[in-house]
Design a protein around this ligand. Structure first.
Ligand SMILES: *Cc1c(COP(=O)(O)O)cnc(C)c1O
Length: 361
């Protein structure tokens, strides 16, 4: 069966080499005689898998020694609870509100304290990133929450706000490992794996050590305490073993292909190809402010919902799938994560040109 070009926003495309290796190792991981799925999480083989995964992620992101790495469950969404439950002291958080993923985090933080929106792009349907130069952080806020790449709207932060020493928390679910980041600028980074890394469910948390305390809110479930998970090395209960294994393969694949800098160069090339095509087109146009365009999720439209539908249907027959935009934005969205090959974007751009020529009024 021929593989498609999968432009899904998540769960998303994985490197073919990784899928092949996983297939090769499905019935017997190395000489264990069993699949990783069937293996005790306390076994030597799995211990090696999780230790390698952490070490490789540390290398890829140059994670400083005073940060812990956790492999948890519950998706990025569970972090919307875990972060306030663990970091709230004054029970105030400042949000830079950039769309659906801050909205959900705001809803959750508001259950335990006060979520203050200190900047927002809601006035223009989240099609831009608010000005970061004049942010007024609350005196009493415990941390600042941002979403680095806005998967649904197709915007991204191209710089990090200067929080003047305040703890910065970033949801990097859809941009982690796609571009270099300076981990030391953040107190806590979290990401669901299913966009740029691996299987859904596995969740990565990178947390600065001074934020790992026993000072969580009362009644915080044990499973939602960072301290418990760091004390137990992500092994308080059975971790998502197979997911961690696939994440580990993806990390090794990235290391073998030049690491994050090389990946960033490839991602820039892919995104530029697609955005240049949009800017040259009379029919298709990008939906967000140019300087804030995401490298991962490219949102675009024609002026007609009929044409959008035709375009998406035609794409499918050519093996380009999951191009329909999020229901809140409409139009199209091409998610071009790390594992989307350049050829996939090139093929999409060629189809766009053909489609435009065929349907010109
Ligand atoms: C997909 C996504 C989420 C939600 O992830 P789940 O794993 O489904 O909980 C949160 N934030 C961002 C930025 C996302 O792209």
């Amino acid at each position: 069966m021929k593989r498609v070009f999968n432009f899904s926003a998540g769960p998303a495309v994985l490197p073919e080499e990784v899928l092949r290796q996983a297939a090769d190792e499905m019935l017997s991981y190395k000489d264990s005689g069993m699949s990783v799925m069937e293996m005790s999480h306390r076994s030597k083989d799995f211990e090696q898998i999780i230790n390698d995964a952490e070490a490789d992620l540390r290398t890829l992101l140059e994670i400083p020694d005073n940060y812990k790495v956790l492999f948890l469950q519950g998706g990025a969404t569970l972090q919307f609870s875990m972060v306030p439950l663990n970091l709230f002291k004054n029970k105030v958080v400042d949000f830079i509100h950039t769309g659906a993923w801050t909205e959900k985090a705001i809803a959750e933080a508001s259950r335990y304290g006060e979520a203050r929106i200190i900047a927002s792009s809601e006035d223009q349907a989240f099609t831009y990133i608010p000005d970061l130069n004049n942010l007024k952080f609350s005196e009493d806020s415990d941390y600042v929450h941002m979403v680095q790449n806005n998967t649904i709207y197709g915007t991204r932060f191209t710089s990090i706000p200067d929080t003047k020493g305040k703890v910065l928390v970033s949801d990097m679910s859809s941009n982690i490992l796609s571009e270099p980041i300076d981990v030391s600028k953040f107190g806590l980074i979290f990401a669901g794996a299913q966009k740029n890394i691996g299987p859904a469910g596995t969740t990565i948390v990178i947390i600065r050590e001074d934020l790992i305390t026993k000072d969580y809110l009362e009644h915080t479930p044990l499973m939602l305490q960072y301290k418990l998970h760091t004390d137990k090395g992500s092994m308080y209960n059975t971790p998502p073993t197979y997911g961690i294994y696939i994440c580990g393969l993806v990390f090794k694949h990235l290391l073998h292909t030049g690491g994050v800098i090389a990946m960033y160069q490839k991602n820039l090339k892919k995104a530029n190809l697609l955005y240049d095509a949009l800017d040259a087109s009379q029919m298709f146009h990008g939906t967000v402010r140019k300087v804030d365009r995401s490298l991962m999720n490219v949102t675009f439209k024609t002026d007609s919902e009929e044409l959008d539908k035709l375009f998406i249907a035609g794409a499918k027959t050519r093996g380009f799938v999951n191009l329909k935009g999020h229901r809140s934005v409409g139009g199209m969205r091409a998610s071009i994560y790390n594992a989307m090959p350049y050829e996939g974007v090139l093929a999409l751009v060629e189809y766009m040109k053909e489609f435009e020529a065929e349907h010109q009024s």
